[in-house]
Design a protein around this ligand. Structure first.
Ligand SMILES: NC(=O)c1ccc[n+]([C@@H]2O[C@H](COP(=O)([O-])OP(=O)(O)OC[C@H]3O[C@@H](n4cnc5c(N)ncnc54)[C@H](O)[C@@H]3O)[C@@H](O)[C@H]2O)c1
Length: 337
């Protein structure tokens, strides 16, 4: 099967492309150039793509030509401005990329002859924040306070409208939570912040140690996406799907830091607390993924402890192998679990 991934040069896109290639699929990608120290560059992933195109999804005409030229059988749309704090710095750009960019990608699929399924990736942050103690279900109201969350909620609604109005093949939306794993280099994300602090002998600075997040290993999240695509292909369904860890695996940012420090070989359970006023971020956010568990038979293969251990191990790299080999060996073990 020929997969097109938008955002293939990013954290999730890099892991997803390698996973698909290892399963024998043909993979193409459209995204911006990755930062120099990205996983995409570190793992030297460019040669695995049939087409590795660098285009801005805001450029509607260029995107249409590129997607028609690639002519994929499955589209997975990941490309986005995905960082909450960056969305406060660049709100209009964030909406432009996340909402208009998503519509441009969907529009570009209209004339495709070979497309069999498409999957649009949004986030757990699309749900209107009620600080529910239960997990959010797919039918809950969407909303968003910070510009990132609001832009993804808007992208989700825009995609739902486009799909109901124009889709000729099964098109679904996947909402997953905070993923962690080896190779993430994004600024303002917890694992890169911890790796940078511990590698240079510093203490990490935390903004919200008590915030509860649905931590999930990137491979569990991507496995969910791929199970959904299989289900779309075999059952011809569209719709929205949550992919979060079981509620018993929920942990705070502080607990994640303690577990990560332990895997890193540190006994100290300390961090600096950032005391300047912070832009708002949701305090309590959990997903109910019963639909995916029941209909796709999807389950998280890695519990919280293993999720943290696998992530830390990637950075520690005890066998001193290349980044590509590290990713491939974790994918191989994951698929066998
Ligand atoms: N990482 C997480 O914890 C997480 C959680 C929930 C949802 N998501 C969603 O998953 C998707 C991928 O996230 P990620 O963590 O891999 O992010 P990332 O920042 O590592 O990758 C983003 C990708 O999008 C591409 N991109 C950004 N702007 C673009 C533009 N204007 N035109 C073309 N390409 C553009 C980048 O080049 C890159 O390939 C996003 O849609 C994000 O909202 C991520």
């Amino acid at each position: 099967m020929h997969y097109l991934i938008t955002g293939h040069t990013g954290f999730k896109g890099s892991w997803l492309a390698l996973m698909l290639e290892m399963q024998g699929h043909t993979v193409s990608g459209i995204a911006l150039d990755p930062p120099e120290k990205s996983l995409f560059n570190q793992a030297e992933l460019s040669p695995i793509f049939k087409h590795d195109l660098r285009l801005d999804i805001r450029d509607r005409i260029a995107i249409k030509h590129a997607i028609e030229m690639i002519d994929p059988e499955v589209l997975i749309h990941l490309a986005a401005q995905p960082i909450v704090r960056e969305s406060y710095r660049k709100p209009v750009e964030t909406f432009d990329i996340n909402v208009v960019g998503t519509l441009n990608v969907l529009e570009a699929t209209r004339e495709l002859k070979n497309l069999k399924a498409a999957l649009i990736i949004t986030t757990d942050k699309v749900y209107k924040n009620h600080n529910y103690l239960r997990g959010y279900v797919e039918t809950d109201e969407l909303g968003g306070d910070d510009p990132y969350s609001a832009s993804k909620a808007a992208a989700d609604i825009a995609a739902q409208s486009w799909i109901r109005s124009f889709a000729k093949v099964p098109m679904a939306i996947a909402r997953a939570g905070n993923v962690i794993g080896g190779g993430d280099q994004a600024q303002d994300r917890i694992i890169p912040d911890l790796v940078n602090a511990y590698s240079s002998g510093n203490l990490p600075t935390l903004r919200y140690p008590d915030a509860i997040r649905p931590w999930q290993h990137v491979l569990d999240c991507l496995n969910g996406y791929l199970k959904l695509v299989e289900y779309q292909l075999s059952h011809g369904v569209s719709g929205e799907w949550n992919f979060g860890p079981t509620l018993s695996e929920k942990r705070s940012v502080g607990e994640l830091v303690i577990a990560f420090a332990k895997s890193w070989g540190l006994e100290e359970k300390r961090w600096n607390m950032e005391i300047i006023e912070q832009p708002f971020e949701t305090g309590y956010l959990l997903l109910d993924s019963s639909k995916a568990r029941k209909e796709l038979q999807w389950v998280d293969k890695l519990n919280f402890d293993n999720t943290v251990r696998w992530t830390a191990n990637w950075y520690i790299n005890p066998m001193k192998i290349s980044s590509r080999e590290l990713c491939a060996s974790q994918i191989e073990i994951f698929m066998g679990v």
